[in-house]
Design a protein around this ligand. Structure first.
Ligand SMILES: Cc1cc2nc3c(=O)[nH]c(=O)nc-3n(C[C@H](O)[C@H](O)[C@H](O)COP(=O)(O)OP(=O)(O)OC[C@H]3O[C@@H](n4cnc5c(N)ncnc54)[C@H](O)[C@@H]3O)c2cc1C
Length: 354
């Protein structure tokens, strides 16, 4: 049994760990060669933390910054409330390496520095001209589509940006134990402390909000309406970007022997901070389906996973549209200010679970 795994993010690495532990001989292909930063996924909700612990990975031991509160800044208001359960901030540079190391320990073959060009059935054509074939394919290329298996182009794509703000006493004081969410017309930004004391800064905006001046021009443009966000971003540089993010996309359909994982299965609006949890949950449940039913289990698993991710995606999309729209943002934060418990209900409703 040699299942192939395309991509070594949280979804692909989780599948590799559990397939190897279950007695299969997975081969994972990942194009990066070393620890790297990615847009984004530094906020780990309680469901992501539980999934990691179930894999034997302790986020606290990796230095994850504990987060117990959320601060929402929108429509001229600042609302703070407790999260329903403890969450954490951890850079993807650390998380992805820990998962890949666990996959190696479990006995999976991890080939790094291998870029997949396209896929036909369960055969992958690699950039170096080689091919790789398995009895099943776990598609886990995340935000990047593979030719031959690409998701439909979104009608209203978003662009995601990420940087790390240098350590500063002011940011440390403001962000200790906190995830901060700033909403503005057509987008939002999320800021939290990560394991090294720097602040992970992610921003997402609809593609039509980003002009030739890029994210810096956008931040200058919204500085009047979002002064605290502009202040937080004052030291931001070295942005990494990803275009064409299809928030809300989800599929229950797949070809025989093909398991679509993580962002290739369902893309939750990122302000909910549950994309990594979805990636972990998909990798784990798909591996179990393969170990139980073999490659033929793919189509039933994909339908089940689409059903499981329906509610979190729907709730997250609704909140995103309200937060990013000028007509709804004010009333939404007014309601949050009056009834902060609503934020906890929303946070729970956007979890895929463990
Ligand atoms: C702005 C923004 C902020 C976000 N913030 C959060 C957050 O705070 N918390 C959260 O939980 N989620 C967040 N997300 C969502 C989260 O980033 C994703 O849901 C998650 O990364 C999906 O994991 P994955 O394993 O499916 O894919 P990815 O993490 O994208 O990993 C895919 C892997 O495949 C590799 N790969 C891609 N193409 C190829 C190829 N052709 N050949 C070989 N390898 C390839 C890549 O190098 C990568 O390692 C955010 C998303 C955005 C856009």
């Amino acid at each position: 049994m040699t299942p192939l795994i395309a991509g070594g993010g949280p979804a692909g690495a989780t599948a590799a760990i559990l397939l190897a532990r279950g007695g299969a001989s997975p081969r994972l292909l990942e194009r990066t060669t070393a620890p790297h930063d990615i847009v984004c996924g530094a906020f780990l909700g309680w469901d992501a933390l539980a999934s990691l612990r179930a894999l034997g990975i302790d986020p606290a031991a990796l230095g994850a910054h504990p987060i117990t509160r959320v601060r929402v800044i929108a429509g001229g208001r600042i609302v703070e409330t407790a999260l329903p359960h403890p969450a954490a901030g951890l850079s993807r540079r650390i998380l992805d390496e820990a998962l890949l190391a666990a996959a190696t320990t479990a006995g999976a073959r991890i080939d790094r520095g291998v870029t997949i060009r396209d896929a036909t059935g369960t055969t992958l054509r690699l950039r170096d001209g080689d091919t790789a074939t398995g009895d099943a394919l776990f598609l886990a290329t995340g935000k990047h589509d593979l030719r031959g298996l690409a998701r439909p182009r979104p009608l209203a794509p978003s662009i995601g940006f990420r940087t790390a703000l240098p350590v500063s006493p002011k940011l440390t004081a403001a962000l200790t134990g906190m995830i901060e969410l700033h909403a503005f017309d057509g987008g939002y930004a999320g800021i939290l402390l990560q394991e090294d004391g720097r602040a992970n800064f992610c921003l997402s905006a609809s593609a039509d909000r980003i002009g030739p001046g890029g994210v810096d021009a956008l931040l200058a443009d919204i500085a009047h309406d979002a002064p605290l966000l502009a202040d937080r971003a004052a030291t931001a540089q070295d942005w990494v970007a990803i275009a064409g993010v299809p928030y809300g996309w989800r599929t229950g359909e797949t070809e025989p022997n093909l398991f679509r994982l993580g962002d290739q299965a369902a893309v939750i609006a990122s302000l909910a901070g549950d994309g990594v949890a979805i990636a972990l949950a998909s990798g784990a449940s798909a591996a179990r389906a393969y170990l139980k039913s073999g490659p033929a289990g793919a189509q039933a698993w994909q339908r089940d996973f689409a059903a499981r991710s329906r509610r979190p995606l729907l709730v997250a999309s609704t909140i995103r549209h309200m937060a990013e729209h000028p007509r709804w943002r004010g009333p939404m934060t007014g309601l949050l200010a009056a009834l902060p418990g609503i934020a906890r209900i929303a946070a729970r409703a956007t979890r895929i679970g463990h």
